[in-house]
Design a protein around this ligand. Structure first.
Ligand SMILES: *Cc1c(COP(=O)(O)O)cnc(C)c1O
Length: 376
């Protein structure tokens, strides 16, 4: 029996190395990695720029307390807020931690505690983030949950309008629900959220832990909508594989996180900042974002052309889903792995496609060819 807890269920292949989109398991078998560590390895495995950044920083300084200034934090924060309406950043180590910071900031700033979230959302496994998550399977056995989250149906304007009142501190949502099935916010729903926030002074928290940092073809997914969040959370792709999270906020929120109100030992560590800076320098290049959009359009076109029309193609950029109706996808994922393609599900009935943002058309052709043999 394993010395590990069994919380991840049966583990799949043991991956021991990677280069770009290709990974290799302990038996030497190679795979196309269309999971990217679940949207983490944005520049592919072992990208020379981030290997170099980590190596250089590791020879200078690994860690220093947040009691001291950390120049890398200023640089990464500036890169994150440049050309946005956000003014400040806070760094942590994961998506759940970024969402905890967001929930705390929203409560303290508004003096209210009622937060609206949505069914099938995923915000993390810590108590606040878990309580915000709209999936019973994430809550089961862990109650009582943190209070005052109202979980509404997603993309349901009437349900939203029915609960909006002066008690609401914040609305929190993903632009595309990643874990919950690759479900995008509709234009109509985005407009209703924007209006509710404007009318009632409600804070908008956008969880871009999965959709951010170029994943949907723009720096952040909200940029493709009418929404202008007050708070945004990031993690996954930001570190390219190094653990890092961030929360961005508008200028009006600055005074709320006053000295001593929130903190972390490891958040914004110099190693993490050096890697995040290298990731952003690449991903936020306009030509790279254009490349993602081009590759995505090609990928979507190939999926539509090669797969039977009974499958729905969902999502945006390189956060795509193949909807399989009522069919469970677990056995497809196992079959793809046997054929050399790593995939992950999004809910029970959707296959999620999350290659590194550096994926090539040739790699997409290979992946689609494998998918075609499995989905027919
Ligand atoms: C993965 C994810 C999280 C949780 O991130 P962790 O780093 O696992 O804590 C939160 N929100 C969204 C949208 C995610 O995809």
């Amino acid at each position: 029996m394993s010395a590990l807890f069994g919380n991840y269920g049966k583990r799949r292949s043991q991956i021991v190395k990677g280069q770009g989109t290709i990974v290799e398991d302990s038996t030497g078998k190679q795979y196309l990695d269309f999971t990217s560590g679940i949207a983490v390895v944005s520049l592919g495995h072992a990208h020379p720029a981030i290997v170099q950044a980590l190596q250089d920083q590791s020879e200078k300084l690994w860690h220093i307390s947040n009691l001291f200034g950390i120049p890398g934090q200023e640089k990464v924060a500036q890169k994150l807020i440049d050309n946005t309406h956000f003014a400040h950043a806070f760094f942590c180590n994961s998506g759940a931690e970024a969402n905890e910071a967001a929930i705390k900031l929203a409560r303290k700033h508004t003096g209210k505690n009622h937060i609206i979230t949505f069914e099938k959302s995923f915000h993390g496994r810590t108590f606040g983030a878990m309580s915000a998550t709209g999936q019973g399977k994430v809550h089961n056995g862990f109650g009582p949950l943190v209070e005052k989250f109202t979980i509404l149906p997603f993309n349901d304007v009437a349900a939203l309008e029915a609960v909006i009142d002066d008690s609401v501190a914040a609305i929190m949502l993903e632009m595309i629900q990643g874990e919950g099935g690759v479900n995008s916010v509709s234009a109509e729903f985005a407009a209703a959220i924007a209006k509710a926030c404007d009318d009632k002074g409600i804070l908008l928290i956008v969880d871009e832990v999965q959709t951010g940092i170029g994943r949907t073809g723009t720096r952040y997914a909200f940029e493709q909508t009418v929404l202008k969040p007050h708070i945004m959370t990031l993690a996954k792709g930001l570190g390219g594989g190094f653990p890092v999270g961030a929360m961005l906020g508008t200028a009006e929120l600055h005074a709320t996180f006053s000295p001593g109100t929130h903190g972390t030992t490891f958040g914004g560590n110099p190693l993490a900042m050096s890697v995040a800076e290298a990731v952003l320098s690449h991903v936020f290049e306009p030509s790279f974002l254009q490349q993602i959009q081009g590759v995505s359009a090609y990928f979507v076109a190939q999926l539509k052309e090669q797969l039977p029309s009974s499958y729905s193609i969902q999502g945006q950029g390189l956060l795509l889903g193949v909807g399989c109706g009522e069919t469970e996808v677990a056995s497809y994922i196992v079959a793809a792995e046997e054929s050399g393609l790593l995939l992950v599900g999004a809910g029970p009935n959707v296959i999620r496609l999350l290659p590194p943002l550096t994926v090539t058309k040739e790699e997409i052709d290979e992946a689609v060819a494998i998918l075609k043999t499995i989905l027919h």
